[in-house]
Every structure is written in C-alpha cells, then in structure tokens.
Design a protein around this ligand. Sequence first.
Ligand SMILES: Cc1ncc(COP(=O)(O)O)c(C=O)c1O
Length: 258
Amino acid sequence: MPNQNPLFIPGPTNIPDRLRHAMNVQTQDHRAPDFVKTFAPVLEKTKTVFATRDGQIITFPASGTGGWEACITNTLSPGDTVLVARYGMFSHRWIDMCQRHGLDVQIIECPWGSGAPADKFEEALKADTDHKIKAVLVTHNETATGVKSDIAAVRGAMDAASHPAMLFVDCVSSLGSMEFQFDNWGVDIAVSGSQKGFMLATGMAILCVSPKALAAIETATLPRTFFDFRDMMKANASGGFPYTPPLNLIYGMAEALK
Ligand SMILES: Cc1ncc(COP(=O)(O)O)c(C=O)c1O
C-alpha cells in the first residue's frame, strides 16, 4: 500500500489503494437503475460478514456512534431497563448514550481491561423475575483496551436464565477482523462501521437486525427520524434510500465485500 500514513491504530485503518479507488466515483442519480444495481447486492452480501441468514442489514450515513443510537431508539422506550457491563471507553460511552435517552441503565462495573462478565449477567437476569430488562448490551472488542468479550458466553448466560431480553452487540472494531456469528450467537442487533474491518473511509454505520428486534419497533417509543429502521427498510426494498446515500462508501463496500 503506497501513499499510506504510518498509522498504527485499531481503526480507522489505512485504506488499501484498491478500496480508495473504488470509492472514487463521480456523483450519480441515486434514484437511477445504476445505483440500485450496486446497492442491493451490497446489502445481500453484507449478511455473509455477519454470518446471518435471517438478519436484516440496515446502513446509515453515520459513524459507529450513530449505529448505537439507531439500535436503541428503534427498539426501546423511555424508562426501559437495559443491562450493560462497563469495562472500557466504548461500553462507557454506550452507557452514557442510553442514560441520555432516558433509559434505566443497570450497570455492572468491571475492571477496565476485563471483558463482559457472563456469570454476572446470568445472576442479574435470574434476579429480574419480572423481565424488566429489555436488552443486554455488550461491546465485543473494547478497542481502547484491546480486550475481546465472549458473546457466545453472554448468550449462554441469557439462555441459562431463560430471559427474553434482546442481545445488542457493538462489533464496530471486530466485524471483519474477528470471528462474528450473528445467528449462532443469537444476536438481536449488531452495530458496526465502515472504517475498521471493512477498511473504508468513515461514514457508514452498518447494522444487522434480527426478526425479534424488528418486531420490537412496533412498540418502541424513543424518538427517531433520521435513524428510523422502517423508513430505511421501506426505501431499500425498492433499491433506494430515504435521503441522499453515501454513494462513495457504497461503492467502496461493494469492493470490500469481494
Ligand atoms: C468498539 C467501538 N465502539 C464504538 C466506536 C464508536 O464508533 P465511531 O467512532 O465510528 O462513532 C468505536 C470507535 O472507535 C469503537 O472502537
């Protein structure tokens, strides 16, 4: 990769020339057939990266933080309880976002540098006999500490407690770089971004949403407009976008997926 900065961070990554060139496209009419031809296969192929059959891929022009917001606002209502462990900067920031949205955040404090404590999740879920907890939030790879959490173990804890909460996973810095198994791990929403494992420019939040999380939209009342899953899915179904799409990133995604 010639012309690279000496950038040695977990992301944003250096962009391989092949992907930089793929993003170098002239503006197009995003309501024309050419856009549809590029975009629809991108959504379909992205499913293989998440390892999902029934998950719905939803993208937004945003960074990973926007993906977090899309995840919680489409599925939860003010006052809903969520269970989260804090073990690094990104789990901390997702907690802060949930609190600012008026959610009741049940926090398990962990030493920074540790991972998601499946045993403590199981304890908390077993104690929640009224099923007030609507979602468990886990950061897969805590980028700042470099510690990966065991998502299958978290799913195991939820199943052991026979708890119906949804499982939301931040895979911003893991997807495409570490094993990720959306279906096998029973994930309900996975949130990623374009600038890490996909090695593209920043600016696209990439989510995978389970049928169960899609059903939660019907009763979720947190306000959402730009990040409304339903608006995006409705437009995507006819090959379009509800507003101006990040065209260059979509072309980059098409190449990255190869
Ligand atoms: C694990 C993780 N979650 C969330 C984010 C936030 O994503 P963004 O900076 O794209 O908004 C990052 C960014 O580095 C991250 O590494």
